[in-house]
Design a protein. Structure first.
Length: 365
């Protein structure tokens, strides 16, 4: 049997089971999640793994060490004992773009032409070099326009990522943006309250290693997506500088407390100082949202990402937003085997695995 035929049979078998891998290649780690769909629209995390990357493996979303990425992907698949090889790949950063637009209504072809024409001006890396996709959110009958969300990614970067995944033994079924993976998970979690949440507006914040992504959701879809160049790495580097230790030691000081989980006071002070810098940048995004006339305030706030667990972050966030932030917890709607995942790993995955699981849901649904 040829490799191509074997891969196709593997694809069909897993597609029929409603299984797919979500692959999140972040700046600090590679994460893979295998999800399945059960009865009555239930979902289950079958396997999950996260493999750390070195500091210089990816710089500004450009892969600098492809061999390390390929090896990390292979290690993650092996560690999680994941046999399916069909995946959805997530992307973000300067090689991607999202924009909410309103374009004139018409036939499907006319609407598509209007969307592609209107979106060209917003693609910073050139429409000719991009893969563009869109989702129609609805029609505004009184204005005879269509409300859409447009996404674009640089073709050369997509092709590079797909090739690296292929070398690790993965076949990419769909390339999606990380913000839409988070949005997908968000809509599933708040399903029963979505209409109310959509009317009032929500801010969803992914606190990553090197960047923080802010997604504002209102009127049935995302209206604003902004990536801020601050994250957990800056906290680690500041601990490294002030304490005179290696980067690895600083990361350990940031995340490892005593037997009760408490960090030394001097480390907490450094972390909270850096958090204030993050909050300053977040305030600018929120002010932009309000200045645009979208709302005087957001009604809800959800957070995710590995850096969301930094001590003092949730309190600082509540101070600038004025509402209590909640963890965007995938396990509110996704089941898991307690024999496979213990409490500590579930808490870690809940904070760091939202993108990978959101990508997996794209086909599991």
């Amino acid at each position: 049997m040829s490799d191509l035929v074997a891969q196709f049979k593997n694809f069909m078998a897993n597609f029929e089971k409603g299984q797919l891998i979500g692959v999140d290649i972040g700046l600090s780690s590679v994460k893979v999640a295998l999800l399945s769909k059960g009865k009555r629209n239930s979902y289950k995390l079958e396997n999950y793994a996260s493999i750390p990357l070195s500091e210089a493996a990816i710089i500004e979303d450009e892969i600098q060490k492809p061999e390390e990425i390929i090896e990390a992907l292979a290690q993650a698949l092996d560690a999680a004992k994941i046999k399916p090889r069909i995946c959805n790949l997530g992307m973000n950063g300067p090689n991607t773009m999202t924009k909410r637009l309103q374009v004139p209504d018409g036939s499907r072809d006319e609407v598509e032409d209007n969307i592609l024409c209107e979106s060209e001006q917003y693609i910073p890396f050139g429409a000719d070099e991009s893969e563009v996709d869109f989702a129609i959110l609805g029609k505004l009958e009184e204005d005879d326009v269509v409300d859409v969300v447009v996404a674009a990614a640089k073709v050369s970067v997509i092709e590079t990522y797909i090739e690296y995944l292929k070398e690790a033994g993965l076949i990419v079924k769909k390339v999606d943006l990380n913000v839409f993976a988070i949005n997908n998970l968000f809509e599933l979690i708040v399903d029963k309250d979505l209409e109310n949440i959509s009317d009032l507006g929500s801010i969803i914040i992914d606190f990553g290693a090197q960047t923080t992504t802010v997604l504002v959701y209102k009127d049935g879809g995302p209206i604003l997506s902004k990536e801020i160049p601050v994250g957990g790495v800056l906290v680690t580097e500041e601990i490294q500088r002030q304490m005179g230790v290696s980067y690895e030691e600083a990361e350990d000081l940031k995340t490892s407390g005593d037997e009760n989980g408490n960090l030394p006071e001097e480390i907490v002070a450094i972390i909270q100082s850096q958090i204030q810098n993050q909050m300053s940048e977040l305030r600018k995004v929120l002010n932009f949202f309000i200045a645009a006339g979208s709302s005087e305030q957001v009604g809800f706030c959800y957070v995710t990402g590995g850096s969301s667990r930094l001590p003092g972050l949730m309190n600082a966030l509540q101070e600038i937003i004025g509402i209590e932030p909640k963890l965007l917890n995938p396990f509110d709607v996704i089941d898991y085997d307690k024999k496979v995942f213990d409490t500590e790993s579930v808490q870690s995955i809940a904070a760091t695995g939202a993108v990978a699981m959101g990508l997996g849901l794209r086909t599991a649904q």
